[in-house]
Write a protein that binds this ligand. Sequence first.
Ligand code: GTP
Length: 575
Amino acid sequence: MSLKTRILGLAATLLVLAATASWLAYQQLSEDIIQRWGQQVAEIQVRYDSARLLQSLEREIGLARQMADSSALVKWAEQPDNKALEQDALRQAESFRTNFRDNSYFLALRKNNHYYYNNARNEFAGKQFRYVLDPNKPDDAWFFQLISQGRDFHLNVNPDTELGVTKLWIDVLMRNEQGDIVGMVGTGLNLDDFLKDIVDINQDGITTLFVDHNGAIQLYRDRNYIDFATIVKPEGQKNTVDLLFDEPEDKQQILGMLAMLKKRSDQAGQVESGFVTVDGREHLAGVAYLPAIGWFEITLLDLNTLVPRSYLLPLVAVFLVALLVTLLLFHYIIQSRILKPIMGLESAVKRVREGNFSLPRLDKPDNEIGRLADHFEKMTLSMKDSTRELENKVAQRTDELSRLARIDPLTGLKNRRGLDELLDEEIQRSRRQDNRFGLIWLDIDHFKAINDQLGHQAGDEILCRVALWLKAGVRPYDAPGRWGGDEFVVILSPCDAHTLSQIANRIRHSVEEESRKTGTPVTVSVGGYLCQPGDTSDGILREADRALYEAKEQGRNRVCIVSRNDETPVPETEL
Ligand SMILES: Nc1nc2c(ncn2[C@@H]2O[C@H](COP(=O)(O)OP(=O)(O)OP(=O)(O)O)[C@@H](O)[C@H]2O)c(=O)[nH]1
């Protein structure tokens, strides 16, 4: 796998890992933030809603309590048939009516179960006695139930069928000095107005409801859930708060919170919160106990509406785009600073390995790779120089060897190989140009005897001297050479019969004369042949050898020129 593929793979893996980690962190963090925030908001909202309810009710409850404590009312309740007391009491009740927010009151006497009522329109002035409460009538059960429970104060959401209104009733027991219950007074608040003020708040995602100490729903925006006349309903038939939740664990959680808060009712301002599912949506529920009225306030926050996670999505998008840009940048840097220079370097190394020292322009980023490329370039240049130098030396050496291979080391003349090559060239030229050339083959006479008498060293010196005389005796463009032992060959080109004879004789004479001067006289026998176009190398040598043989045969120290049958041998000519 190439480095580029690996780096791209690594970058892609990193991208996926980073994106996954970021997404998980975002999920966790956003949930955490929303939970913390939600819990604080839930607590604030619960306290705020509780305060609003209590603020609305406190004054009414206070007035109802004052009314229940009114001595005129208590006295009359003890003697309900006393008309004077009745007048007094009803006057008193009417004064309370004008103070109640709803400008209405009710008054029920235990002794005769008489129920009195007047409303804002003073509709029942002078006829406040409305009816007699019947213990066997379900609509009147509230009165008897409250007295039997002996709870001094009670809030009751109840439709009054006689009066045709649904109200939130504030019921306060009247007690005489001995503490006996003598009746009940209170006022009612129009439920619709009250719900509008306290519960139907126009805040998206926030639901407020109130439940009584048993968990029965008392104030809720959906009237169908309100547990009207809860006091007279047996347990199990009440619309309790758990009806709002889908999951059994949520129901248990909420009921558990109610129980816990009730237990800690002495600690003011306690709020419990937890996550629940309502209508399939996750909500944060905040619950507070209101000891003043014996109710619980529950606030449900739909967190997805209040703080949709999508709010934070642009953040994730920005992060992902930043990540992508970073990776692209990373890829660009890796590509331009590492991969491209390395690939260039690799192809350069390949070229050099194949013997091509001309490098393309290498990328040299300002890093280790750039420095490596620089070193490689310099190394290649130096290799190129030394290779060229080496090649030159080898060529020189080869030329030298080639020259030496064609030179006789003793005399410095061409050796047999050099003469062979030259002979071939002359044969070619003769054929091409249709001209003739001469070949002289000479041999020192009785050289063996010289060697034997004077020694091999002296023999060598004589060979060298003969070579010098030979060179001096030919034309500058003729080629003398040592064929081997004491035999020499001269190629004369161009040449004719006369020149051949003339030079052959001059050589023979020169060796005889010059050697005499050295004190060691030697003579040579010379054979000559005038080569014709079309002659072969073997034929030429054979003819020259034959001429030399003739010269030897005729007594040595003489020249013998042979020619083809159609030519006359040239007689020896003295110089
Ligand atoms: N000193 C010396 N002697 C050589 C060299 N090469 C060959 N010889 C000797 O040269 C002699 C050649 O003798 P031949 O050509 O056979 O006979 P020759 O004595 O010259 O007699 P003819 O040629 O018949 O006149 C031999 O004794 C070789 O040993 C050499 O390089 N140096």
